[in-house]
Design a protein around this ligand. Structure first.
Ligand SMILES: Nc1ncnc2c1ncn2[C@@H]1O[C@H](COP(=O)(O)OP(=O)(O)OP(=O)(O)O)[C@@H](O)[C@H]1O
Ligand SMILES: [Mg+2]
Length: 238
């Protein structure tokens, strides 16, 4: 098998006295969509923060494209090719949709390719084209999520990490965003997706990891996990 794009081994992490991750092993292969599923407080966001450099791992290794990135600063991780769309969207107030999107490309110097990528994002999310001069924080929740995902795409990441794609959005909006992710993946985008809604997570991903109390308790092909009654029973109601 090809070398994984991302490989975590024995990663522990937390906040001050609180340890949250207890030895996480996880791989993402190039071209895959991988989902992380687990109940509130399981450590999913902490895991993404540890990968993107907002938190340093306390032990273990995080390799990206064969190089150790564990403990690297967020801008270094972004420059290496990992974009993190955080939980809660975090768009910049006072900046237009267009400027929020362009902020995703702030490390890039290839101006022509940035303009092409902006065009691609506006094609992927046509509503953002209509709203591009509007303050991004005045968008609806679903539109803000599109803008946040679009901003992630604008760094042209080799790995796009999205925390809580569907939270608070209508089924129709979730479907629209899901279609956009599928289209992105079709052109080769590797994605690591945290998703509360297990069925959405399994539908959108090739493989998934179930996380409980900071540990991986199950992993496998999403189609197989989706058929496991123990999993649907435990997670359908969360
Ligand atoms: N900044 C912080 N300081 C201290 N503890 C934190 C901090 N952020 C998260 N935690 C704790 O870490 C644990 C894991 O939180 P995390 O946000 O990673 O969970 P999650 O799986 O993303 O949950 P959710 O589905 O609710 O988003 C929780 O017990 C939480 O209280
Ligand atoms: Mg979270």
């Amino acid at each position: 098998m090809a070398e994984p794009l991302l490989a975590l081994q024995g990663v522990t992490s937390g906040y001050g006295q609180i340890q949250v991750l207890w030895g996480m092993d996880l791989v993402v292969q190039p071209g895959e969509v991988v989902a992380l599923v687990g109940s509130n407080g399981a450590g999913k966001s902490t895991l993404l923060r540890t990968i993107s450099g907002q938190l340093g791992p306390r032990s273990g290794s995080i390799r990206f494209d064969g190089a150790e990135i564990g403990g690297a600063r967020p801008d270094v991780v972004l420059a290496a090719g990992i974009a993190h769309v955080p939980e809660g969207r975090r768009l910049f107030r006072g900046l237009t949709v267009r400027d929020n999107l362009l902020l995703g490309a702030y490390l890039r110097t290839d101006k022509k390719a940035v303009a092409d990528d902006l065009e691609w994002v506006l094609e992927l999310f046509p509503i953002l084209r209509e709203r591009q001069r509007q303050d991004a924080t005045t968008l609806s929740g679903g539109e803000q999520q599109m803008c946040a995902v679009g901003r992630g795409i604008m760094s042209r990441p080799r790995l796009l990490m999205i925390d809580e794609l569907s939270l608070g959005l209508s089924p129709r909006m979730v479907e629209h965003l899901g279609d956009a992710l599928t289209a992105l993946n079709k052109v080769g985008q590797t994605i690591l997706l945290v998703e509360q809604d297990v069925m959405t997570a399994f539908e959108l991903s090739h493989r998934a990891y179930i996380i409980e109390n900071g540990r991986v308790t199950r992993s496998g092909a999403s189609t197989e996990l989706a058929q496991d009654p123990a999993i649907s029973e435990a997670y359908l109601s969360i």
